[in-house]
Design a protein. Structure first.
Length: 82
């Protein structure tokens, strides 16, 4: 994700875009060379195109999708969300 000065804010924005099902805004939060790890242990998604494919696939399976972030712990360029 972009901008380390607002990293926890960027993570919150990610969740906002997921709840809105706004794939393009969500993908724009990632760097071109980003690696996104699926919490269910699937292989990581490398780059914006892979993240876009994942979201398109995910949203094609559901009419609604909701995630809630309770807390964001950021260290360097890594975040853990609960």
């Amino acid at each position: 994700m972009t901008g380390m000065t607002s990293f926890p804010g960027e993570v919150s924005r990610y969740y906002e875009t997921i709840r809105a099902r706004d794939i393009e805004s969500c993908v724009a939060l990632f760097a071109e060379n980003a690696v996104s790890y699926d919490p269910l242990g699937m292989p990581p998604h490398h780059g914006r195109a892979s993240v876009r494919e994942f979201l398109e696939s995910l949203f094609s399976l559901t009419e609604t999708f909701a995630l809630t972030e309770t807390s964001v712990l950021a260290a360097g360029n890594v975040a853990a969300v609960s």
